[in-house]
Design a protein around this ligand. Structure first.
Ligand code: FES
Ligand SMILES: [Fe+2]
Length: 337
């Protein structure tokens, strides 16, 4: 997020996107000290109160527009770095030190407090009343599953491109040869996409790719077949839940969500859960995903336009691009693009 200024998200889609939950940071990266991020061009400050609850305010002090993220948290209040105004968790200013009676605060002295939730080890924010709840993924709360948080992956592109790449079947054999695919087996089998309100559901049997010595991340037990069975639920706009199995009891769950920072910036959070190899250190999966995401990043950052074009005539779609077509239709139908 350094360098040139990020491009702004067009107004037509930002209204719809503001009424959705978005991840804004891994929960373990949000501490007592205020920390800044950007969501849909909106600067946010994230902080925790004394009970550990996370809060997300607009990162602007109503007094002179200073970033609240420069301040500090004291007790259950965030204190502006410039003149020391204090704000409680609901956003109301509680004290103005320059006043003879610092507690005689005008009603307009408020910070903008956004809806903020913590789930699956992520902090989520919705800038308007969210239309849809967060997806339920029981495995992520189940102690029999080991959940590894990988990334975050900051890319110079729109969240829609990062999400679409995560679920693109045609690139595995080319971008991730030897790790996720085999150039000798590039054919993408037919798959049907069912659009269920704001969720696209589809399943796909992928040629399995054996573990590598560097990254023994897949279940290595007995396999019922040569196919990796994947079930996807793409929750609009930018969250994907993918279940993988090999026909036996070993399973994986990928939970991927992209933070729409601006029209050409996003941050991907990729949780990988498994019910086997429970003792493997998290570093193995984190290194694996760092490698995979780096392979994707250079390709996806080169795509133009930076946002997925919802006009189906803008790119060339073939039958194996069923997910991309359904995603564009659904994003448009819901006013998200
Ligand atoms: S700008 Fe924040 S207290 Fe003055
Ligand atoms: Fe990829």
């Amino acid at each position: 997020m350094e360098g040139e200024e990020p491009a702004a998200i067009p107004k037509e889609s930002s209204a719809g996107l503001r009424a959705c939950w978005h991840p804004v940071m891994y929960a373990h990266d949000v501490g007592r000290a205020p920390t800044a991020t950007l969501l849909l061009d909106e600067p946010l400050v994230l902080w925790r109160d004394s009970a550990g609850a996370a809060h997300a305010f607009r990162d602007v002090c109503v007094h002179r527009g200073t970033a609240l993220s420069l301040g500090a948290v004291e007790g259950d209040e965030i204190v502006c770095a410039y003149h020391g105004w204090r704000y409680g968790a609901d956003g109301a200013c509680t004290a103005i030190p320059q006043l003879a009676d610092s507690r005689r605060v005008p009603a307009r002295a408020r910070a903008v407090a956004h809806r903020c939730a913590e789930r699956y080890g992520l902090v989520w924010v919705a800038l308007e009343e969210p239309r849809w709840p967060l997806p339920d993924v029981p495995e992520l709360d189940d102690p029999r599953w080991r959940v590894v948080r990988t990334g975050p992956f900051s890319w110079r592109t729109d969240a829609s491109r990062q999400v679409e790449n995560f679920t693109d079947f045609g690139h595995f054999a080319f971008v991730h040869r030897g790790l996720l695919g085999d150039p000798a087996r590039p054919v993408v089998a037919a798959h049907e996409v069912i659009t269920d309100g704001p969720v696209l559901r589809y399943r796909y049997g992928r040629p399995d790719q054996p573990n590598t010595d560097a990254f023994p991340v897949y279940a290595a037990g007995e396999r019922a077949d040569e196919t990796r069975r994947t079930h996807y639920a793409l929750h609009l706009p930018y969250t994907i839940v993918e279940h993988i199995d090999w026909g036996g009891r070993d399973g994986m769950v990928y939970f991927f969500a992209s933070q729409p920072v601006s029209a050409d910036r996003c941050v991907g959070y990729c949780l990988v859960a498994r019910n086997y190899n429970l003792d493997q250190p998290d570093q193995v999966m984190q290194d694996f995903e760092r490698t995979i995401f780096a392979q994707d990043q250079r390709v996806v950052e080169s795509q133009r336009p930076e946002r997925v074009p919802v006009d189906l005539a803008a790119e060339l779609h073939l039958t194996f691009d069923a997910v991309a077509v359904a995603y564009r239709r659904a994003m448009r139908a819901h006013g998200l693009a």
